[in-house]
Write a protein that binds this ligand. Sequence first.
Ligand code: HEM
Ligand code: SF4
Ligand code: SF4
Length: 507
Amino acid sequence: MAPVDAWFNRLYTWKHNPLYQSGTIAVAMLAIMLVTGLYLVIFYRIGTPYESVVRISEQAWAGRWMRSLHRYAADVAVVAIAVHALRMFAQGRSWGPRTLAWVSGLFLLFLMYVCGWTGYVMVWDVQAQIMAVEGARVLDALPLFSAPIGRAFVGESPLPRAFFFLNLFLHIAVPIGVALALWMHVSRLARPALLPPKGLLWGSTGVLLALSLLWPAPLDAPADLLALPSRVSVDWFYGFWLPFSRSIPPWAAWAAILALGGIVMLAPVWTRPRESERVPKSFVKERFCTECDQCTQDCPYDAIRMIPRSDGRPGRVANVNPALCVSCGICAGSCAPMGVGPPLRTGRDQLDRVGTFIAEHTWGPRDVILVSCDHAASPAATGTALEGIPAFPVPCAGNLHSSVVEYLVRSGAGGVLVVACPPRDCWSREGPRWLTERLFHERPAELKERVDGRRVRVVHAAEAEVGRLVEAVDAFRGRVLAMDIAAAETDIAVDLECEIPADEVEV
Ligand code: HEM
Ligand code: SF4
Ligand code: SF4
């Protein structure tokens, strides 16, 4: 995955990399399908399905490209969903509080296929016939219907209008289910990103539109239940299962569906790390909490809320709901008094760690230090290119507390370069976004004004973009040298907001 990401970043830039936007592209395609579908349904006739689709395809001004756009958007949607699901899986985002998103995502995929299947059958050409006959053959293996539905397709009598009515009804009703499932899918996320950035949205719509105009979707010969279908242009995005299922008995098809479906559905169980390997959930040190509300605003999973204090003092205190917390540590970076975060990842833990890090290294005003996110390009992967440059690791760039950066700068380093993932690919959703806001735009816990902002930089480099990282370090080093920083600061005591009285400091 990493080399492909890097290649796409070169092609599209990370801001518009479609791989990072697969979920939002799927939503955009659903929107295109909705608009074009509303147009098509005006002209579709259940009494003469095939003929009505022919008429639509003959409308050179609108129908032809509307129909094609509807179909191409449906194809892109399934590819986008597959990429999106694979990425979630590869990034380990398939268990714990994400289980609801995982299971509802699979339900969404299933609904997309039901919608696609009914859509293709609506056309009632040869492809539709094959899909309908094969679907009926597989469905008849279940004791669902009083009479086998496959009988309707033997050609003894014309298909009843009710069949096409039911098909159309499902094709319109299922998208309502898709909308509900999508709402549930993102219900546990704060600020879900639903649409791709404008450039990618309009760019992909434009490309599909051009494709629809230049290369309209094919239409096969009309279905004929008494003839053996000859040439068929199967849409592989929705019909890939046909060759498999036609070559095996229906019970085997069901066994395969259940086995595969069961394995994927149970991913939240088998991908969950062992208890001992899981990062514990975030917690709040009540007496440090100043009720500022910042962590509730920054948590990408809406896992924190303010509740009345329980320590006898007036006011409210932040409280983490462990059922929603994914242990990303982003709240630790948002808390100026360092009162919240997963164990060993709070601001105070980071300061402890960075204190040891500083003690173990020596650097001067001409040196650059790296702070690197575990999922971004690793300085160790650059071979000898960055040899000798100290790198302080953090599990997510959004977990980094700005005081750590201040500490490093004030310890005499020329500059600090934070290596973060491309924002839309953050494993914790919003890490790089809040990092930038905190370092450069005064979002609490902000980097204090006393730190020379020119000596701090962020580079977005994905795992395989080690070259980009090396270039960024070289460029930053050049800038730091040009700044001619006079002398190392020796006073590296960092002000902690709401410093705890000495008698309260834990030992
Ligand atoms: C129509 C199909 C789908 C659409 C439109 C869709 C769209 C989205 C969107 C827009 C997000 C929010 C992204 C963000 O703001 O960070 C999301 C999150 C998510 N999706 Fe999907 N998705 C679909 C199917 C799937 C499937 C099939 C799976 C996996 C089986 C899946 C797994 C997830 C997970 C686990 C998250 C939450 C990520 C996290 O908590 O960090 N989705 N999806
Ligand atoms: S950011 Fe810190 S001080 Fe502010 S509400 Fe959250 S825990 Fe309390
Ligand atoms: S670690 Fe903090 S920011 Fe991340 S989900 Fe848990 S409470 Fe929210």
